[in-house]
Design a protein around this ligand. Structure first.
Ligand SMILES: [Zn+2]
Length: 189
């Protein structure tokens, strides 16, 4: 290569044979200097893949596969946006309650049948969220994984010590990876 790629301050003089100046997010410039004009430039739109499946689009089979062999608690796996998108702390607790699964259980210990229930409960919770005024699942969770505006009637989330709406047992709270997790010790196994 006879040319060069330089990162420069915008105030720096533009060298002779500079064929490209690209503004970088940092405010600096990427400059391509190519005196012999052997270089080529092509622009591609990169398909940005944030990773993770959309729970409302994924099949039950593929959802179940996500958790196979994972030693992390099921709640942590649900919150992992690289696995599943759009499930924040509240949705995870509410989905696990509806599926009858305790948040601390190892993902790999959860049966196929329980995962099928979880698949349906996650979708149910998200659909309720959408019905309450959202437009897409990804609107619901901010960068910290916290839900914004959606207020469904919580069955367990934020109800520590209050009676479970199904069996009247006091709802418990545990801290998992720094996040509050709420569950009913009777309804969830
Ligand atoms: Zn209960």
């Amino acid at each position: 290569m006879t040319g060069s790629m330089l990162v420069s301050n915008p105030s720096a003089e533009i060298a002779k044979h500079t064929h490209l100046v690209a503004k970088l997010a940092s405010g600096r410039e990427l400059r391509f200097i190519d005196p012999r004009m052997f270089g080529r430039l092509s622009v591609h739109s990169a398909a940005f893949d944030p990773g993770g499946v959309e729970p409302l689009e994924v099949s039950e089979e593929n959802f179940v596969k996500l958790f196979r062999g994972r030693k992390t608690p099921i709640k942590s796996a649900l919150l992992n946006q690289k696995l599943v998108r759009g499930v924040g702390n509240i949705y995870a607790d509410e989905s696990l309650f509806r599926a009858g699964i305790r948040p601390r259980r190892r993902a790999s210990s959860i049966t196929r049948q329980e995962l099928a229930r979880l698949y349906h409960s996650v979708r149910e919770v998200l659909r309720e969220a959408i019905a309450l005024g959202g437009s897409s699942v990804s609107d619901y969770v901010d960068a910290d994984g916290e839900e914004g505006f959606f207020q469904l009637e919580h069955r367990v989330y934020g109800r520590e010590g209050e009676p479970c709406r199904t069996c009247k047992t006091a709802v418990r709270r545990v801290v998992l990876a720094g996040r509050s997790s709420h569950y009913c010790p009777r309804c969830q196994k």
